[in-house]
Design a protein around this ligand. Structure first.
Ligand code: G3P
Length: 224
């Protein structure tokens, strides 16, 4: 499973990258806004220089021509850029056209498996089901991932399932069990994947025992 961070924060991306397990980055207009007064294209370039993997950057036009113009200019920034296209009718047309041009795409704002079917037919490289936001409205985000995985498997679509809007480690675990190809998550959620109280307690005990062992060795050496 590929692991992406869902952030536009360069320090977080750098830190995740230094862990050696980062496969890519996803951004969206809300995440870019959090970075304050930055130049979007320059910022995307900086992210691409940090990460050796796919970096999703989203168009904000909602008409076909506007999406295509933005997609072309985003794709020119860096070879790592994957153009994020919203799951609307004009977006489906843009996905098809970009696929024909060989520009990689991530179809975003997916909330149903029938939407995901259309995105795959249009040639999207990634589909982004927003599981946390589905949970937010008392529905089940994981069922969405399972349905998409089943449908893509039934028909041999090669669109990769990118589980998005991940809020906690259980979302990551269940996405992996359901066969999602990628999980994108906030940096603090990535760090939470490490957490286990028995690891902390076990390490503390090992280090205490090691200290006592060393002290005993030193004391014996002193007596000899
Ligand atoms: O990048 C899209 C997605 O991951 C958004 O997550 O937490 O805003 O629902 P969230």
């Amino acid at each position: 499973m590929k692991l992406f961070v869902d952030t536009a924060d360069l320090e977080e991306i750098q830190e995740a990258s230094q862990m050696g397990i980062l496969d890519g980055v996803t951004t969206n207009p809300s995440l870019v806004k959090k970075q304050g007064n930055i130049d979007f294209h320059e910022h995307v370039y900086k992210i691409c220089e940090i990460v050796d993997g796919d970096v999703s950057a989203e168009v904000t036009a909602t008409d076909f021509d506007g999406m295509m113009d933005e997609a072309h200019s985003l794709a020119k920034i860096h070879e790592n850029v994957v153009v994020k296209i919203p799951l609307i009718k004009e977006g489906i047309k843009a996905l098809r056209a970009l696929d024909e041009e060989g520009i990689p795409t991530n179809c975003t704002l997916c909330f149903s498996s029938t939407q995901a079917l259309l995105a795959a037919k249009a040639g999207a490289d990634y589909i982004s089901p927003f599981i946390g936001r589905v949970d937010d409205i008392s529905s089940d985000g994981m069922t969405l991932i399972e349905e998409i995985a089943q449908i893509y498997d039934n028909y041999g679509f090669d669109t990769e399932i990118l589980a998005a809007s991940i809020r906690h480690p259980t979302h990551v675990k269940r996405s992996a069990l359901a066969g999602a190809d990628v999980a994108t998550m906030p940096f603090n959620t990535l760090l939470k994947l490490l957490d286990h109280p028995l690891t902390d307690r076990g390490l503390e005990r090992f280090l205490d025992d090691w200290k006592e062992y060393k002290q005993a060795r030193k004391a014996e050496a002193g007596m000899a």
